[in-house]
Write a protein that binds this ligand. Structure first.
Ligand code: BGC
Length: 433
């Protein structure tokens, strides 16, 4: 059965940040620091999904999806990131899981979508190797409770984005600006993934995946300097997180004048344990030129000549086909079945005078990308699922509530939900044979 779903993440939708024993996460801390988030927004209330989850499950049911990708908030399960399990926090996901199963919606749970318990950040966060072990302990606690009903487990969401924005550039929590010194956050996240895979397997998890954010990289020209820069960028964005998982080795980082430090014997064996699938998130391609100044060995030259989303990201549907076919060509038999675990666009959607939300641009976006995915399947890529980002307009990280990605419009702060035109369109698209 091909999986058609929607995706969300805990901090972006749940709110209820101090309820039922939840501890603070790095996003609570970061979003409350002045100047970090557009308009001073926080996830304190977000979509209030923690209280309105029944309504949200009903919306999914009405949409006709047969899967839902959500993330579990580590600080609800272990408020301090270690030790005793807060059963009240797990109860929430237990109820949600039962409601999904009851409606024949396959739950796909992500264990880490960036909301690290603050207490672990105080001890170094993902720069600290111990966090990988804490993550495995948390994964085990969640699986103990839910592996009997959740068939699809995703260890990490986009470790690239978490490392780059969180630790290298500081535009996301925890707001560190370490540039290349952020690299240990890559290795420790991946080690956490490997250790968690072992715990999930030991508890009978049916399918275990990791989700990487990938981009097809296009050199700005055939000039050797542009080609070398494109290769360097591809290494950082795509290969740094796919190679160790799929091939058991880090790519050559010499273009960055560095190597991956802190890798111990046995780490790569754990990291490359076989998976049942790989989650791929696709938003846009990247065009790379030779560096314009000292520093990083590339320059993002921007993809031009295409329509853009609310974020200003270029809309290039065929980039998804290019990406999927490229991954298959690069990894061959080492590439497990692919799940497109996120794809979607932000648009400045507001209800019209009649109360409906006519998000034509999103319909065009989704139509083009679904077609592109089908072309990749026709070219032999084993794609097993497609999840739209996102079910609801939500807290879009540093952009607060200013970027709307939902199939369902959310009025902030009342939380009123209105399915957009794209919601109705997707229901028919999914139903099509
Ligand atoms: C993330 C989501 C985010 C989306 C749009 C992905 O990088 O996983 O959390 O909202 O992109 O920016």
């Amino acid at each position: 059965m091909f999986l058609w779903g929607t995706a969300t993440a805990s901090y972006q939708i749940e709110g209820a940040v101090a309820e039922d024993g939840r501890g603070p996460s790095i996003w609570d801390t970061f979003s409350h620091e002045p100047g970090r988030i557009r308009d001073g927004d926080t996830g304190d209330v977000a979509c209030d999904h923690y209280h309105r989850w029944r309504e949200d499950v009903a919306l999914m049911s009405g949409l006709g999806v047969n899967s839902y990708r959500f993330s579990i908030a580590w600080p609800r399960v272990q408020p301090d990131g270690r030790g005793a399990v807060n059963q009240a926090g797990l109860d929430f996901y237990d109820r949600l899981t039962d409601a999904l199963v009851e409606r024949d919606i396959v739950p796909a749970a992500t264990l880490f979508h960036w909301d690290l318990p603050q207490r672990l950040e105080d001890e170094g966060g993902w720069l600290n190797r111990d966090t990988a072990h804490r993550f495995a302990e948390y994964a085990a606690a969640v699986a103990d409770r839910l592996a009997d009903r959740i068939p699809i487990w995703i260890t990490l969401n986009e470790p690239f984005v978490h490392m780059v924005y969180g630790y290298a550039l500081g535009t996301h929590a925890p707001g560190r600006t370490l540039v290349l010194d952020a690299l240990p956050a890559a290795h420790h996240q991946l080690l956490g993934h490997g250790l968690a895979v072992r715990e999930l397997r030991a508890r009978g998890a049916e399918k275990v995946l990791i989700t990487n954010n990938c981009t097809p990289v296009r050199p700005a020209s055939g000039d050797p300097a542009d080609l070398a820069a494109a290769d360097a960028y591809d290494t950082l964005h795509n290969r740094l997180f796919n190679d160790p998982v799929l091939l058991g080795a880090y790519p050559d980082l010499s273009a960055y004048g560095t190597d991956m430090d802190g890798v111990r014997d046995g780490d790569l064996e754990l990291i490359s344990a076989p998976l049942d699938g790989i989650g791929i998130n696709y938003y846009n391609p990247t065009r790379i030129a030779a560096p314009v100044d000292e520093g990083l060995p590339f320059h993002d030259a921007g993809v031009t000549g295409h329509p853009v989303t609310g974020f200003g990201w270029p809309v290039v549907p065929d980039g998804l086909r290019e990406l999927l076919v490229g991954l298959r060509d690069r990894y061959g038999d080492a590439l497990p079945p692919v799940y497109v675990t996120e794809n979607g666009c932000s648009q400045p959607d507001e209800p019209g005078p009649d109360g409906t939300v006519d998000d034509r641009a999103r319909i065009e976006f989704l139509d083009g990308h679904i077609e592109a995915m089908q072309r990749a399947r026709a070219e032999g890529v084993d794609v097993r699922g497609y999840y739209v980002w996102s079910l609801l307009d939500n807290f879009e990280w540093a952009e607060g509530y200013s970027q709307r990605f939902g199939l369902v419009h959310v009025d902030f702060p009342t939380g009123a939900r209105t399915p957009k035109a794209s919601y109705h369109w997707l229901r028919e698209r999914i139903a099509r044979p």
